[in-house]
Design a protein around this ligand. Structure first.
Ligand code: RRO
Length: 300
């Protein structure tokens, strides 16, 4: 038997395949469904202090098979109302990670504290939405460090920081998060993008700019995970373009201690079981006994 159980900064996961933030983590029931489908942990849609309706349509466009550009605009009911969804999500029996955002370090900390009070097993700080003009901050190493410090002062659960590739050096930002006390980094959020309708002669998305996710961003994500693993001491969680077990193994070999699946959910909940079973068969075929033996193996 191969061991697929992993521990990420104190969070024990029965397998390393998590549901990523966005896409379906909008209700407790859907988070439970992801857990029942085999996810090792689930991450909620990003939640802030106040309710936000998000942008008007169109908010998402498929640009190639399995690749989308979205500008949802951080729609969420606000943490006080979302607390009930977190409580429901806990019934899934796997760790519930609450993705939070704010317009200042203090606001991040307030939302994170409420997320912990509602039963969140960890928080993931969204300092990386590629297109929101409100509710988020400049993602310089200095600001990210301030956000992490503010949150760490208020919560006891592990603090993950979701990073953006839309920066000169993702390693610098990751290092600032680590130095400020982050327990893990998640890489990457979507890649800032735009799609233009050639007949209408204007950008398709209502917000003009959006974030590219899915198949197209996997090589960017794998590169970021690889770079972060080289420098950081805290665990890296890989996300970006994971549709199959091969994609997940690529992230793990680059240095991911766990991985997250998002866009592939557009093809159904089966993805969790398929990816977990595929990783298990791969490890067996290669003669490994424990998933941890292959984390970062591409560096050796
Ligand atoms: O809600 C969104 O539009 C959104 C968010 Br918060 C994010 O972090 N990444 C993304 O692609 N879309």
């Amino acid at each position: 038997m191969v061991n697929l159980e992993v521990e990420v900064s104190g969070l024990r996961l029965r397998n390393p395949v998590m549901l990523a933030s966005g896409v379906i983590g909008v209700t407790g029931k859907l988070l439970v469904r992801a857990a029942e489908a085999g996810a090792g942990a689930v991450v909620t849609k990003s939640v802030g202090l106040e309710r936000r309706t998000g942008y008007g349509n169109p908010t998402i466009v498929e640009v190639a098979p399995g690749s989308y550009v979205n500008c949802m605009g951080l729609p969420n009911p606000g943490i006080d109302e979302f607390a009930e969804e977190i409580r429901i999500a806990k019934k899934g029996g796997v760790p519930v990670v609450v993705s939070v955002f704010g317009s200042s370090p203090e606001e991040f900390a307030m939302v994170a504290e409420k997320a912990e009070d509602a039963g969140g097993d960890a928080v993931e700080l969204n300092v990386s939405c590629p297109h929101a003009e409100v509710g988020v901050l400049e993602r310089s190493p200095r600001i990210v460090g301030q956000v992490v410090e503010a949150v760490k002062r208020k919560v006891g659960v592990p603090v993950f920081v979701k990073l953006s590739s839309n920066v000169t050096s993702i390693v610098e930002v990751g290092k600032a998060a680590e130095d400020a006390g982050a327990d893990a980094v998640t890489a990457i959020n979507t890649v800032r993008a735009m799609v233009i309708d050639v007949e209408a002669c204007r950008p398709i998305l209502s917000n003009r700019f959006g974030g590219l996710s899915g198949v197209a961003i996997k090589p960017i994500a794998v590169r970021c995970v690889y770079e972060l693993y080289e420098t950081l001491k805290i665990p890296v969680i890989g996300v970006g373009g994971i549709f199959s077990w091969e994609d997940a193994v690529e992230h793990i070999l680059a240095g991911a201690s766990a991985v997250q699946v998002a866009t592939a959910l557009t093809r159904g909940f089966n993805v969790f079981k398929e990816v977990v079973d595929g990783i298990r068969s791969y490890l067996e075929r290669k003669g490994f006994r424990d998933i941890r033996e292959v984390v970062g193996a591409a560096h050796r």
